[in-house]
Design a protein around this ligand. Structure first.
Ligand code: AMP
Ligand code: GLY
Length: 425
């Protein structure tokens, strides 16, 4: 079977690697891919922001199955268009992806179906938002409605800060374009967990849970990034808690989407805050997480392609998942300056030595090969993933591998998994 993966990051590298391990995959194609993906799949040029260009690639390749990595093609309606052409594709339609692409839709949906989430108000004017601020204590969270790559969420410590955020969003000063809808939300505290499930539209099957580290600095300080590292471990959630989350959040959302005639097929990523009152949803994403996927898939022992096909064909409840016991970690090496401005084109060395460390896989995010030399081509450059019997073992292997890699301005966090290790050393 020929399988096409859409995307160009570390997540897509991990997807291509797991798909390539399946006996069902005879050919893996990635559009557009990156320097690392090119070593394991055939990469074809594509503009991921252009629906017409993606449909051109699909028409040229005629894959047996397409897997959509990032959210933007989902929001453009790639899945809808492919289904109209009779092509098999793993991912939600544009309407189902609104769980991610509209925070106002997601919050109202959760309210309608009693899915636990922070108290909120959806406001469609600055005046309405200012009035809503009266009802919330500080800190308060202000969110732009649409997709903003993590930049649309502002945690405001004071009334003054919150008013500035509201003004900035409605005027367009903060995000470039004026917002027409803003969510004002209660600020939750606790540990964050990424709880991803696969869905065939009826049935939800959980993947192993993961914890992302979104801030650039150690001890979770500094600005938010796309994710600087992630870990998974068998001790992260006990079976009863996993069951509770599955029943009251993930399966309930899948059932409710079907009830509302927007069946959700694909990955439902539940971003949770484990509060003193129990797990609450911070956000839904309609796709695999990045870098969660880089730590989750290396522990999947059963066939990913079989699972993705089962989702597309509506028979996920019959599919068995087997996981390697223990733990895994993905540590991201980024370019100096990220998430702000950074240099590209720096030569990368030591990747081969790093990849030789046992239980390690290196996933490329922002890399390119120019004249036979691997170079940096993005903010997040490489994700070093390791598995192990314990989190400590996985971390030792990942940081050992990382010590071989170097490029000018390389930055990485040395404390991935710190919450889990706290008090255990
Ligand atoms: P979102 O894009 O909605 O996931 O928000 C990005 C990040 O902002 C989350 O991963 C949290 O760290 C933080 N965040 C979002 N909503 C809240 C909330 N209600 N309370 C506390 N932190 C939040
Ligand atoms: N790791 C966060 C995300 O994929 O949205």
């Amino acid at each position: 079977m020929k399988i096409l993966v859409i995307g160009s990051g570390g997540r897509e590298h991990a997807l291509c690697a797991a798909i390539g391990r399946s006996p069902r995959a005879s050919e893996v194609v990635c559009a557009p891919g990156n320097g690392g993906i090119a070593q394991i799949a055939r990469c074809v040029p594509a503009n991921q922001k252009d629906l017409g260009d993606l449909l051109r690639v699909v028409a040229e390749e005629l894959p047996d199955l397409t897997v959509v990595g990032p959210e933007l093609p989902l929001s453009l309606g790639l899945v809808d268009e492919m289904q109209r052409r009779g092509l098999r594709v793993f991912g939600p339609t544009r309407d189902a992806a609104m769980l991610e692409t509209s925070k106002a839709f997601a919050k109202r949906f959760m309210q309608r179906h009693s899915i636990p989430t922070a108290n909120f108000a959806v406001c469609t004017s600055q005046r309405e938002a200012m009035a809503a601020l009266e009802m919330f204590r500080h800190p308060v969270v202000i969110k732009a409605d649409g997709l903003h790559a993590g930049k649309g969420v502002l945690i405001c410590q004071s009334r003054h800060e919150a008013e500035r955020a509201v003004e900035g969003l409605f005027s367009g000063q903060l995000l470039g374009a004026a917002e027409t809808s803003v969510v004002v939300e209660e600020c939750l505290t606790g540990e964050e967990i990424s709880f991803l499930v696969l869905s065939d539209g009826k049935h939800a099957t959980p993947l192993i849970p993961a914890q992302d580290h979104k801030r650039i600095g150690e001890g979770d300080t500094g600005p938010n990034t796309g994710g600087m590292g992630v870990y998974t471990s068998d001790t992260m959630l006990d079976a009863a808690m996993s069951e509770w989350i599955l029943e009251h959040i993930a399966q309930r959302a899948v059932n409710a989407m079907a009830l509302e005639d927007t069946r959700f097929v694909g990955v439902l990523y539940c971003g949770l805050m484990m509060t003193a009152k129990g797990p609450m949803v911070l956000e839904f994403n309609a796709r695999f997480g990045d870098p969660e996927t880089q730590a989750i898939l290396p522990r999947l022992e059963s066939d990913l392609v079989e699972a993705l096909e089962a989702c597309v064909e509506g028979r996920l409840s019959d599919t068995e998942f087997r996981w390697k016991p223990g733990a895994s970690v993905c540590v991201v090496a980024a370019s100096q300056g990220y998430p702000g401005a950074y240099a590209t084109g720096e030569p990368i060395s030591g990747e081969d030595d790093a990849a030789r460390v046992p239980n390690v896989e290196i996933y490329h995010a922002g890399t390119a090969v120019e004249g036979g030399q691997l170079r940096t081509a993005g903010g997040r450059v490489l994700g070093v993933t390791a598995t192990g019997a314990t989190l400590r073992d996985a971390l030792d292997s990942a940081y050992d591998a990382m010590s071989h890699i170097s490029f000018a301005g390389m930055v990485y966090r040395k404390d991935i998994g710190w919450r889990a290790l706290r008090g255990k050393q």
